[in-house]
Structures are given as C-alpha cells and as structure tokens.
Design a protein around this ligand. Structure first.
Ligand SMILES: Nc1nc2c(ncn2[C@@H]2O[C@H](COP(=O)(O)OP(=O)(O)OP(=O)(O)O)[C@@H](O)[C@H]2O)c(=O)[nH]1
Length: 360
C-alpha cells in the first residue's frame, strides 16, 4: 500500500497552489509481508482492520520532498532498504527520523513525531493500495456537508486509523482493495471531493457507490442530505447505490439526529443506513450477532455495502457504468438481499420491464 497526499491530482499544480505554505508530502508504503516474515499487526486486531493487517506489513514510511520537478513515479518509489527510517522534507527543511527496526510505525504515529520536529502540524494523507490483480473495480464517492467527517471516514476505512486534522482544500482519492465474502478482491477507488457543495458533482462523476455522510451531532448536516435526496435519486444511474452514514456516533451526548429519524429517511429512499464513528472503533470483542444492523464500524459498513453491490453486479449487472442489466443474464436475486441489493434489483427489474415494454 502506498499512501500519498494526492492534492490536486498533479504535483506541480499542488506545489503552485500551496507555494506559500510548508507542505509535507508523505508517501507511505506498506509491503506485503514475505512468507518467512511473521505478520505484525500495528494494533490490536479488530474486525475492521484485521483484513488490512492480514495482508500488509506496515513498517515502511517515507516522506519525500515536494519539488516542482519531481515526478510522481519518483515520489512513489519505495526505499526498501530503509525500512526503519522516515524522511520528512519540505521546501526549506529536511530531516529524518530513525525508528527502531523492531517498532512498527504507523501513519497515526507521524503527527507526534512531526510535532517533535517542529514541523507543520497539519497535513493530509491519502492512500493508494497496489494489490495484485484485483478482480473488479468500483468507484466510491463521499458526499456531505462540511466538517461531517468525510476525510476522517475515508482514512479510517483505508488505514484503520483516525487522524483528527485534515485539509479541506485537498481532493482525496484513494484506491484500496478489499475481499468480498467470497474472497474475490474488489479494487475500490474512494474519493472525498474538495467541493461538496458542487451541484454538478453527481452528474460529472461516474461512480458506483455514493456515501452520503452527515454528522449525528449536527442536525443541519442531516438536512443538507435531505435537501439533496431528490437530486441524488434523479441523478442515479443503474449501477449506483447509495449508503447513508451517520458519523460521530461516539459523541452520543451531543446527538441531534436520532437513529429512528435517520433510518426512516434512508428507508423511505431505499438506501442503507449505518451509524459509524471515524474516531472510535467498536470493540473487537463485541459479538457481531448482538449489533444492530445499522451499528457497524466504518470498515464493516463499507465492506458490507461493497460486497452486496459487488455480488449484485456479478450476478446481474454489467461492468460498464450506467449500462444497466447484462443482456440475457440470470435475473434471480442473490440469496441474501439487503435493502441495497433489493433496491437495485427492483430498479433493474423495473428498467428491464420498461425496455421490454417499449420493444413490444
Ligand atoms: N468525535 C468525532 N470527531 C470526528 C469524527 N469524524 C471526524 N471528526 C472530526 O470532525 C472534524 C471534521 O472532520 P473532516 O474529516 O475534516 O470532515 P470533512 O467532512 O472531510 O470536512 P470538509 O472537508 O471541510 O468538508 C475533524 O475535526 C475531525 O477530527 C468522529 O467520528 N468522531
């Protein structure tokens, strides 16, 4: 896995844009553990990150100088021989931090170390997984009012970690591969766009899963979503699905939106609803059976949604965006149907009936 600050998508442009600021670029690489090397999870395992740590050994973190002439490829080049060091650089300063070879370093370890080095405290992290041959691709987009925790959720989903400061000016795009229940790898491209108020966002972007995020402690962020529900439904294409995420579940005493209200809104729109917290992992010892359907960790919630969508697409959908149902495909619904799958299935059936009707 490589974690980079993707910025504007173009390093030169990013450099121009932030030329007055100290800008730290971080490239973090996590390599698959070799067969002879035991896996060392960075933290206590939980269902939300065991999948990640089962596959990767995160002990190489490097940061590189942001340089106008630097090319993306050089930024991403891993320094395998320096697994125990961190190099941090900006336009004026550069220094390295040498950690113990035995100590696994994590992305959330970095801010403290950066502070120690009197460096910029606020920086952004983006990750890019480079797994081997994922079977399918899926694009996911986060959408929601300001400060609801979109970036925090994205980073939690991808790295299993929580970092409290993110730049609102950065367009986060992440690729990550996850395994579905049937052990098929699905490559996800997850985006947290800079401008969430952008009215053309849904039309311009092509994606498979829309994550509508609101803050459970902020009623106006819930209204933000409600006000856009009709547009979302209107702009949805055949293969799209929507998941509503009520974030900041950990701040229960400040809650302004009830579970019932959010769930009923989501169900009215045939969307799946999860309550999550980017800041807090649910206890890994907790018995899954006892959890309410809507009460999931970020990873579990998204994996559930992706898995179901993936199964639907594999069984009924075409890989092509907005191409609707596959011709002549088996139309039986999957055995386990959540409301997401149920909705897509009904949508596809309806679309097909309309198509058949117009032919006759
Ligand atoms: N307590 C708590 N705080 C959270 C949680 N998720 C995010 N935050 C905090 O909420 C603030 C906003 O988080 P961001 O991830 O930057 O939110 P955003 O939606 O990406 O914000 P914009 O990019 O400005 O639209 C930050 O201070 C986070 O630390 C959460 O689950 N619990």
């Amino acid at each position: 896995m490589e974690i980079i600050d993707e910025g504007c998508g173009d390093y030169a442009a990013l450099n121009d844009r932030f030329s007055d600021h100290l800008k730290i670029m971080m490239v973090t690489s996590m390599f698959r553990a070799s067969e002879t090397e035991p896996l060392k999870p960075l933290r206590r395992r939980s269902s939300s990150c065991s999948n990640l740590y089962d596959r990767f050994d995160a002990n190489l973190i490097s940061t590189f100088r942001l340089n106008q002439n630097q090319r993306r490829t050089s930024l991403l080049r891993p320094t395998r021989d320096r697994r125990d060091s961190i190099l941090i650089a900006d336009k004026k300063h550069s220094f390295s931090f040498h950690g113990s070879r035995r100590k696994s370093l994590s992305t959330s370890d970095l801010p403290g170390q950066l502070k120690k080095q009197k460096s910029e405290k606020k920086f952004s992290i983006i990750s890019q997984f480079r797994p081997s041959k994922p079977e399918r691709d899926m694009k996911i987009i986060f959408w929601g009012a300001e400060q609801v925790g979109k970036s925090a959720l994205l980073v939690r989903f991808v790295t299993g970690r929580y970092i409290s400061e993110y730049s609102s000016l950065v367009n986060y795009t992440v690729t990550k591969t996850i395994s579905t229940e049937s052990n098929v790898d699905v490559k996800l491209e997850v985006t947290d766009p800079t401008s969430c108020a952008n009215s053309g966002l849904l039309k311009k972007s092509s994606f498979d899963l829309l994550l509508l995020v609101f803050d459970l402690t902020n009623a106006s962020s819930f209204r933000w979503i409600k006000e856009r529900a009709e547009r979302v439904k209107h702009d949805m294409k055949n293969n799209l699905s929507v998941v509503v995420l009520g974030n900041k579940k950990d701040l229960s005493s400040r809650r302004e939106v009830s579970t019932e209200e959010a769930r009923s809104f989501s169900e009215d729109n045939n969307w799946v609803y999860f309550e999550v917290s980017a800041a807090e992992l649910r206890d890994s010892e907790e018995d899954d059976e006892e959890l309410q359907d809507h009460d999931k960790s970020v990873y579990d919630a998204l994996q559930t949604a992706v898995t179901e969508l993936f199964h639907f697409r594999r069984n009924f959908g075409s890989q092509k965006k907005s191409s609707g149902m596959s011709k002549g495909g088996d139309e039986r619904p999957p055995k386990r149907r959540s409301s997401t799958v149920q909705y897509i299935y009904e949508f596809a059936s309806h679309a097909r009936k309309l198509t058949l009707g117009s032919r006759s």
